[in-house]
Design a protein around this ligand. Structure first.
Ligand SMILES: C[S@@+](CC[C@H](N)C(=O)[O-])C[C@H]1O[C@@H](n2cnc3c(N)ncnc32)[C@H](O)[C@@H]1O
Length: 269
């Protein structure tokens, strides 16, 4: 009797990289899910912020946090959304669920968040305790907090809370913590755009109140003033409009320090 040969074993289908939109939806869902641990406010705030603020998808899609930037310091870190985002991004890349045209982010992130408000620190710590390596989320004032040696500093919508002298003091310490080839991602409001700057300040004060914090005065600079300050501190600066779809005058400054003497002039992304 003729026995049928067994069907050839089928190789597992190769993972098909997702589209950018599908990947972003997944990143948004998976990076915000842990905030359920931090309570209803933490979860709703994380979903709204990550979903509506164009900066987070912009950082990923523009490849601004390249694979070499493992040591990340997030100043004014709020709920430490960046830590959750980069952790999920690393997992998606390991599983082949990363769009072909997106640059990789670090496979392992050593994250330090520095945040003034104890409630935000508590929400972030309660939500992100599962991450490995464990994020360090410190309740401290950026004007005095120790900044660890790092490859990337992220400061999103924070420096206007302190006066101009203190802003410069923070940036000097950021430069020293970064070292050669380091990158600062700094989002500021452009004070020369009177309407957009006023809207962002009004929203800022409202959100500060909703989060249960006291509203304090703020200090702005125009975009050319921000760029001049960073250039004086040794950074090469590019600006990326980062208020798409919002009424704000927000600009993301990508500020890079030169590589060390004797190394390739090519800066890591
Ligand atoms: C507009 S929120 C932005 C939060 C976070 N960067 C983000 O994009 O989700 C500004 C944050 O800076 C924090 N902050 C203000 N002054 C600070 C200071 N002196 N030191 C550390 N954090 C500060 C606030 O408490 C708040 O969480």
């Amino acid at each position: 009797m003729k026995v049928d040969a067994p069907p050839p074993a089928t190789a597992p289908a190769a993972a098909v990289p997702p589209t950018a939109d599908a990947a972003w939806h997944r990143l948004h869902d998976e990076a915000t899910a842990p905030y359920r641990q931090g309570g209803r406010f933490a979860w709703h705030f994380a979903r709204g912020k990550l979903g509506r603020d164009p900066v987070f998808r912009g950082l990923i899609e523009r490849g601004l946090i390249g694979p070499q930037r493992e040591r990340v310091v997030d100043i004014g870190s709020g709920q430490s959304l960046i830590a959750s985002l980069l952790s999920v991004a690393a997992a998606m890349q390991a599983q082949g669920r990363w769009p072909a045209r997106w640059t990789s982010t670090p496979a392992r992130v050593d994250y330090t968040g520095i945040e003034l408000m104890p409630k935000d620190v508590a929400r972030a710590q309660a939500s992100l305790a599962h991450l490995r390596p464990s994020p360090r989320i410190v309740c401290a004032d950026m004007c005095t907090a120790e900044l660890p040696a790092c490859d990337l500093v992220v400061i999103l919508d924070v420096l206007h809370y302190v006066d101009l002298t203190a802003q410069e003091g923070v940036l000097v310490r950021v430069r020293d913590a970064l070292g050669p080839g380091g990158r600062l991602l700094l989002r500021i409001g452009d004070a020369s755009s009177a309407r957009g700057f006023a809207v962002s300040q009004w929203v800022d004060r409202t959100v500060t109140r909703v989060r249960g914090h006291r509203v304090s005065p703020t200090w702005g600079r125009t975009l050319p003033e921000w760029k001049a300050l960073l250039a004086r501190l040794g950074f090469t600066v590019q600006s990326v409009p980062m208020s798409e779809g919002t009424p704000f005058a927000n600009v993301l400054l990508v500020a890079d320090l030169p590589a060390a003497h004797g190394t390739s002039s090519h800066r890591p992304t």
